[in-house]
Structures are given as structure tokens and as C-alpha cells.
Write a protein that binds this ligand. Structure first.
Ligand code: NDP
Ligand code: 8X3
Length: 249
């Protein structure tokens, strides 16, 4: 029987690449995001894999609950939850930052992850098994100039990851985080509010990580035997040494 993976933010970037990689490993997939067209395109691409799409905004706890409760029976038993939906909104000093961006980052990256997890963990506990992978960031390990609230949201993911692992210890549910550095996705396009030129500049002059690189690592983590839990993994491209040190020579 196929295992089921539930991926938030499957409509682009790391989530989409993870869906493709887990499909190759024989998983059936619940693909989540707000952009229905993107999810439908991915379902068509994965036509040999059973998939179900859930269109919802992780910020809305009622929508999250309704969407997860609407899952058809064959997708209800979730083996792997990839808490991936998230973005940075803006790159401004604290004093120049705007409240809408701050709300978005806290509501999506932190509260959205909590709402989804809260709905899915009870089933895992009932079945005494499951695996939660929280997508953090190097921004959850250090703070960089103008990163302020995005870094805070990812530091929160780091703490939530640890807290979940502690509280679920002994339940059969594995919990771990993957913390990528610079990955070339739609991330910067969202951060810079569709300013493509500014977004592209972020990845110029060096070879950044690609979504597929992170997806392959997620697959490796998911495919470990039950007694092995990769609790916290940070990955950067070779050119990157820290959030602010990137070799562009
Ligand atoms: P993308 O912008 O390509 O993907 C973000 C995904 O999150 C999209 O599928 C988007 O779907 C979904 N999402 C955003 N807001 C919401 C929302 N309110 N409700 C539901 N889904 C939402 O970026 P990445 O793939 O790079 O980002 C994925 C994760 O990786 C994020 O948590 C990010 O913080 C993290 N990360 C990224 C790094 C990078 O450099 N790219 C590095 C480290 C971590 P839709 O718009 O359809 O709702
Ligand atoms: C994404 C990586 O350095 O832009 O989390 O914050 S960074």
C-alpha cells in the first residue's frame, strides 16, 4: 500500500520539487497551496501518482480544519507531513518594516504551520506513527540585517520543531527540521513583491541551491528506517558560508 505525504506549499519551489521526488518513491500525495491552477498542473504532471489537491490559506484556522476534514478516505491516513508553506515578505530595517509584511510572516510561517500540524498530529498519534518535517531556514539559526521578522519566524519554527519532538517522544511520531540556505525558487519574487529584476539578483554570481536539491534531501530523510530520525539539518550551497557570506567571486 502506498504511503501518504501531505505537502503544504506544493504549488512551487521546494514543495513542488518534493512532491515530484516523493512520487518517484511511491508515495501518494496531498498537494496544498492557494493557487489551484498550479496544483492542477502538478497533478497533471504526476498523472501516474494518486494525488489530491487541497486549496486553502494556512493563515485561516477554520479553512485549514475544513480542508483537512474534507480529505477523501483514501488520503486521510497521513504518514508524512511536510510543513513547507512559507515566505519572506519584504527586506527592510525594523524601523522601516510594515505591519502587513510582519503579519504575513508570523501568520503563514508560524501560525499556519501550527494550524496544519494540530489537525494532522491526532491521526498520527492514533496510528502510533508518522513523520513531520518542518522546513526552517538558516534564517532560523542566525539573524541577518533586515531579516528581523522573517528570521524571528524561522527561529520560531526551530523552537516549534524542538518542542514537537520533545512532546511527541515515545509516540512513534518522528519530528525533524531541514534548514536550507539560499534556494533559487519563487521565494525572492515573493519577498520583493514581484520585482523580478531584484529577485533574480539574489542568485547572481554563484550557484545557489535548487529546489530539487532540497527535495532529494527531504526524500533521504523520509526514507530512513524507523529508528533513525534526522532531527535538524542545515544545508547551504557551496558558495555560502553564512546568511551574509556568499562567495560571488
Ligand atoms: P516559494 O515561494 O517557491 O514557495 C512557497 C510556497 O508556500 C508556495 O507553494 C505557496 O503557495 C505556499 N504559501 C505561501 N503562503 C501561503 C499561504 N498563506 N497559504 C498556503 N500556502 C502558502 O518558496 P520556497 O519553495 O523557497 O519556500 C518554501 C519554504 O522554504 C518556505 O517555508 C521558506 O521559508 C523556506 N525556505 C526557503 C529558502 C529559499 O532560499 N528559497 C531558504 C530556506 C527556507 P501558494 O502561493 O499557491 O499559496
Ligand atoms: C531563506 C534564506 O537567507 O533568504 O530562508 O533568509 S534567506
Amino acid at each position: 500500500m502506498r504511503k501518504t505525504a501531505f505537502i503544504t506549499g506544493a504549488s512551487s519551489g521546494i514543495g513542488k520539487a518534493t512532491a515530484i521526488a516523493l512520487a518517484k518513491e511511491g508515495f501518494q500525495l496531498v498537494l496544498c497551496g492557494r493557487r489551484e491552477t498550479k496544483l492542477t498542473e502538478l497533478q497533471e504532471f504526476l498523472k501516474h501518482t494518486p494525488t489530491h489537491q487541497l486549496v486553502f490559506d494556512v493563515r485561516d484556522k477554520n479553512e485549514v480544519k475544513k480542508a483537512i476534514h474534507s480529505l477523501p478516505e483514501e488520503f486521510q491516513e497521513i504518514d508524512v507531513l511536510i510543513n513547507n508553506a512559507g515566505n519572506a515578505h519584504g527586506l527592510d530595517t525594523f524601523q522601516e518594516g510594515n505591519l502587513e509584511d510582519w503579519d504575513a510572516m508570523i501568520d503563514i510561517n508560524v501560525k499556519g504551520l501550527l494550524y496544519v500540524s494540530k489537525q494532522i498530529i491526532p491521526g498520527m498519534l492514533e496510528r502510533e506513527g508518522g513523520h513531520i518535517i518542518n522546513i526552517g531556514s538558516t534564517a532560523g539559526k542566525e539573524v541577518y540585517p533586515k531579516g528581523n521578522i522573517y528570521c524571528a519566524s524561522k527561529h520560531a519554527v526551530d523552537a516549534i520543531n524542538q518542542g514537537m519532538r520533545i512532546d511527541l517522544n515515545g509516540s512513534g511520531v518522528k519530528v525533524g527540521a531541514i534548514n536550507p540556505g539560499l534556494v533559487e525558487t519563487e521565494f525572492s519574487k515573493v519577498r520583493f513583491k514581484d520585482d523580478e529584476e531584484r529577485a533574480n539578483k539574489v542568485y547572481q554570481g554563484f550557484k545557489a541551491l535548487q529546489a530539487k536539491d532540497i527535495a532529494e534531501i527531504i526524500c533521504f530523510v523520509v526514507m530512513r528506517p524507523h529508528h533513525v530520525n534526522i532531527a535538524d539539518l542545515t544545508v547551504m550551497c557551496t558558495a555560502q558560508a553564512s546568511s551574509t557570506i556568499v562567495d560571488k567571486s
